[in-house]
Design a protein around this ligand. Sequence first.
Ligand SMILES: Cc1cc2nc3c(=O)[nH]c(=O)nc-3n(C[C@H](O)[C@H](O)[C@H](O)COP(=O)(O)O)c2cc1C
Length: 170
Amino acid sequence: MDTLIVFSSRYGTSEKVAALLSERLKGDGAIRVQNIVEQPDIDWETVDHVIVGSSIRMGAIQQEMKEWLKEHEANLLARPLGLYLCAGTPTESERRRELEEAYNEQLRTHAYFVEVVGHGYDFERMGFLDKAIVRMMAKQSGSSLDLDEEKLERLVKTAQTSSRTRSENP
Ligand SMILES: Cc1cc2nc3c(=O)[nH]c(=O)nc-3n(C[C@H](O)[C@H](O)[C@H](O)COP(=O)(O)O)c2cc1C
């Protein structure tokens, strides 16, 4: 059961989550992590299970990820699918709205996991404008990483259960 974790990330949080998941997922198959902005092509023949991660900036995910999701939708719907998002909004209703904006209804209905798993701010990598936005909107003045361990654990657990069920009943 080979797993592919794909992500898009502006300042590295979604990438850190992808790396974390690849360390924590245990199974008999290979686990690969791929940045779809740098490398959008996928050899779907080699993928049995897929996790997609992206992040929100000013209410939306990266344009490259939007296009990638459209192009690969049929392949995503044909495999066990986990969907995560990194987003800084503190309210549950806004997190739900951002998830709905990021991943369409078909993908969300098909997926075994659809959650915001936390957020991070990397002031070393952010430009002047983005730092100003974060200072103003998130009241943050330095780098931070705030991941939801309970949700990450749930993602790992359900990923393993979903992929096992699938390989037993292909
Ligand atoms: C300029 C800027 C705008 C942001 N806008 C939003 C937003 O509209 N909603 C939200 O929930 N989070 C917002 N965030 C928080 C990011 O989603 C969060 O920092 C996330 O971890 C970034 O992930 P990445 O480093 O993988 O891109 C914003 C962050 C920055 C830097």
